[in-house]
Write a protein that binds this ligand. Structure first.
Ligand code: AMP
Ligand code: ZN
Length: 562
């Protein structure tokens, strides 16, 4: 009822009110025209045929003729009468059947539909929305991020500059508002001052504008993406609290997983002395052994806290077999990682990684390998105008001759990082067929293609969208580890009273919760990285654990104080 009333109210305001007046005048004109015709009809019938009709009959005849109904019950029988009837029919077609509907559409229907669409675009947030996340820009990262927000029941709103995109999102049930970053009124209507966080996910200049506009308005924390590293300090100056050079991070993740060489080349994140690293099993002496047989802890002091296999993260047991295509997640000190490198015996210079795609991400992967130094060969069909330091081999990577001439058969690792997922899938398939034992890492631009890339034969897939979304979520939830992907993070907890006095092995903490103890912080600054299983847990010390959000919750539930 309220909706119908508000729709009627539309016709009584502004332009619509003026149009209504025009319509009323036109209606009056039609009434006068019908009356005039009715009088002429009576006159002609009386004078030409001697027949008398009432005014009502005249109006009835005029309307049936004008609307082309023409029942034929009253007709003229002379030429002048026929001419008059034809004139009435033509004016009926013109004024009633053409001008009237056209006027109704252009003066009422079209402006009303436009008004309704515009209204949908500038809708305010639902009343009482606070602690929400305001996300500027919609792309694969935003889609992955809002999936995580929805799962956690965190309210959010997307701001898009495109009316079409905004409407499409609204139709999907995603809260979206159409607007531009520089509009301070928009910030007011989005209640940015009471928001939990603002995410700037547009181009670097637009993100800078968002930061400046939001900062002038309020102190809500801002996280901004940047395309190039040089813009990090600019974005900070503009007011961003956290700046994410996503292409560089994705490039790094790809590079880390493409080589077994350079122990420190595998570090994903660090917390003081503690390093979290990932290393492919392929090319190491551990391939095909169980975790117990590999004796990694005994030989290096490093703890194996997880195993990635085809995109699935699992907490290993002593019996877990370390397959050739798996990646080990390790924790320990720099010294322990170097010990591991000596054990695997491969020198970085013996490695060779092919990078297919020298765009923003491929270039970042190359820069990373360069510092280790792991040799690499870049292949791209186009020039990267932002890079003057690397010289790629030019050619379409999907053409086998291009790769064979570049010496692909010498490659030990390969990164497929073009901007087209179909090409990355094709490259993965073709290379896996050509070189079954190569370490093959692929980039997914869209989350939905991750599975396809694994099916095509990739050992590890890095999804740009889910890396971006995981980083955003870790920042939002103030996790200590911002850069560990796929929901795995590091967290601190005091030693639970129930476990005090027990050794790590006896505590059965890992079998019960899936979390791994990666370090123990004692009094003051003292900490023990990668404590061995026989370490006794003492009250008053703090555990540094690694696990998924679910495992963290399980830890809290298991050891919650009654
Ligand atoms: P970016 O998204 O910035 O990492 O760029 C992706 C890069 O992949 C661009 O430099 C493209 O030229 C490159 N690329 C796309 N398709 C192919 C292909 N078939 N062969 C080689 N390079 C490609
Ligand atoms: Zn480059």
């Amino acid at each position: 009822m309220k909706t119908i009333a508000s729709e009627f109210a539309y016709f009584l305001r502004g332009r619509a009110r003026q149009n209504l007046r025009v319509l009323l005048l036109y209606g009056l004109f039609l009434i006068v025209m019908i009356l005039v015709y009715a009088f002429i009809f009576r006159f002609l019938m009386w004078h030409l045929e001697g027949r008398e009709f009432s005014l009502i009959a005249g109006i009835y005849w005029t309307i049936t003729v004008m609307t082309t109904l023409g029942f034929g019950d009253i007709t003229f029988h002379n030429d002048l009468g026929y001419i008059f009837a034809a004139l009435v029919t033509i004016s009926g077609v013109v004024f009633l059947l053409i001008i009237l509907p056209f006027g109704m559409i252009s003066l009422f229907l079209a402006p009303w539909i436009e008004h309704r669409l515009a209204n949908r675009l500038v809708q305010e947030l639902p009343k009482g929305t606070t602690d929400h996340v305001v996300v500027f820009g919609f792309n694969a990262i935003t889609r992955a991020f809002i999936g995580k927000l929805q799962a956690r029941h965190i309210p959010f709103v997307i701001i898009s500059a495109s009316p079409d995109e905004t409407l499409r999102l609204k139709d999907e049930g995603v809260p979206a508002v159409c607007g531009t970053p520089a509009d301070p009124n928009l910030l007011k209507s989005l209640r940015v001052d009471s928001a939990r966080s603002v995410v700037a996910n547009l181009s670097d200049p637009e993100n800078a504008t968002i930061c400046l506009t939001v900062r002038r308005h309020c102190q809500t924390p801002i996280t901004a993406f940047v395309d190039t590293e040089e813009h990090i300090s600019l974005m900070r100056m503009a007011g961003a609290n956290r700046v994410i050079p996503l292409h560089k991070i994705t490039g790094r993740y790809l590079a880390i997983r493409s080589t077994t060489c350079g122990a420190m080349a595998h570090v994903l994140d660090s917390f003081g002395e503690l390093q979290i690293a990932e290393i492919p099993v392929h090319g190491t002496p551990f391939s095909g052994q169980t975790l117990e047989q590999a004796q990694i802890r005994q030989k290096t002091g490093l703890a194996v806290i997880g195993v990635w296999e085809r995109g699935v993260f699992a907490t290993p047991t002593a019996e877990t077999i370390l397959n050739d295509n798996a990646l080990l997640v390790l924790s320990g000190t720099c010294g322990q990682l170097e010990r591991l490198e000596r054990l695997t015996g491969e020198s970085p210079m013996d490695d060779l990684v092919f990078i297919l795609g020298h765009g923003r991400i491929g270039c970042a992967a190359a820069q990373f390998l360069e510092r280790k130094p792991v040799p690499f060969i870049l292949v791209d069909q186009a020039e990267n105008k932002n890079c003057s330091e690397h010289i790629p081999i030019y050619g379409d990577a999907t053409i086998r001759r291009v790769l064979t001439e570049a010496g692909i058969d010498r490659a030990k690792g390969l990164i497929a990082t073009t901007n087209d997922d179909n090409i990355n899938i094709f490259l993965t398939l073709a290379i896996r067929q050509l070189l079954p034992h190569i370490r093959l890492v692929a980039r997914a631009n869209r989350d939905e293609n991750v599975e396809q890339l694994y099916l095509a034969g990739a050992d590890f897939v890095v999804s740009n969208a889910s890396v971006g979304a995981s980083i955003l979520l870790n920042i939002l939830e103030s996790k200590a580890s911002v850069f560990l992907t796929e929901g795995i993070h590091v967290f601190r907890r005091p030693v639970p009273t129930d476990l005090a006095g027990q050794s790590i092995a006896d505590s059965r903490l890992r079998p019960q919760t899936g979390c791994s103890i990666v370090a123990i912080e004692g009094e003051g600054d003292s900490s023990q990285v990668s404590p061995p299983p026989e370490t006794v847990l003492t009250e008053g010390t703090t555990l540094i654990l690694i696990g998924t959000s679910f495992q963290e919750e399980l830890f809290d539930e298991t050891y919650r104080k009654e």
